[in-house]
Design a protein around this ligand. Structure first.
Ligand SMILES: [Zn+2]
Length: 261
């Protein structure tokens, strides 16, 4: 864990496009071969985005993710974007662009004017839904696209809506954001008890999504890529007790887990 991962989260957007058979625009970062290879033949993608789970946190509490790992043939080390704060990172994850290209270079949540997967996929007839909590980055920066937005006050409502959407079977790409670990990590430190409990919740939610997709989509002939895809890591600090935003491995290195169902 001394250095930085080679591939960045900006490789996720072009990979999503390629999996759906769409050629990424030239200005996007390169797609990730191990991801597109794993997802060959997938016609559905579900991206679960838990906030701020860095690779060192994942490693330290790997026991909590054992069941998730067992279901995920690909554990992909990725580099976050600088500065590693939520809107910068998700802008890159879903636009395939670097911060200097998409324009979000600090903690701010403007409406993105660059092209994202949320612009390109509807043009190809793909049905896309974002499920996220009000006021959070994913709920703000991708507005105005020809996709469906399900924005709620609580994470519980978001997760219930995600389950409902899987059962309804109407979307090709669903993005679900959960900010619970980030919230508690800032308040009690990345390894504090309340934060550790959130890791359990994120692992449980991934497993729940996995079994719902298995139950509702697979019997209908769909092949789905399910991602466990945090945006950046975090570090212990004096005040607040947990933070992120520094150009160091604790904040910049993350893992994405990918499962095919
Ligand atoms: Zn974040």
């Amino acid at each position: 864990m001394d250095g930085f991962s080679n591939y960045s989260i900006a490789g996720v957007a072009p990979s999503i496009l390629r999996i759906f058979g769409v050629t990424p625009p030239e200005d996007m970062q390169p797609s990730i071969d191990s991801l597109t290879g794993l997802a060959e033949g997938c016609d559905r993608i579900f991206m679960y985005n838990p906030d701020a789970i860095g690779s060192w946190v994942f490693d330290r509490f790997e026991d909590k993710f054992k069941a998730c790992l067992a279901l995920s043939p690909l554990k992909l080390p990725l580099r976050s974007m600088f500065p590693p704060v939520t809107p910068v990172c998700f802008a890159s994850m879903y636009s395939g662009l670097l911060p200097e290209q998409h324009g979000i270079r600090k903690y701010e949540k403007p409406l993105l004017s660059c092209t994202t997967v949320f612009d390109l996929l509807p043009k190809e007839g793909k049905r896309v839904a974002i499920v996220s909590t009000a006021g959070d980055s994913i709920s703000e920066i991708f507005l105005g696209r020809n996709i469906q937005y399900y924005i709620f006050r609580t994470i519980k409502e978001c997760n219930e809506k995600a389950a409902e959407l899987i059962k309804k079977d109407e979307h090709d790409l669903i993005v679900l954001y959960n900010g619970n670990y980030d919230y508690w990590m800032h308040r009690v430190s990345p390894t504090g008890l309340a934060a550790r409990k959130q890791l359990d919740k994120n692992a449980e939610e991934f497993l729940r999504l996995h079994s719902l997709i298995e139950e509702c989509w697979r019997p209908r002939g769909h092949k789905t890529l399910l991602g466990f895809a945090p945006d950046h890591g975090c570090h212990r600090s004096a005040f607040p007790p947990g933070d992120h935003g520094l150009d160091q491995p604790s904040d910049m290195n993350i893992y994405h887990l990918y499962s095919v169902i």
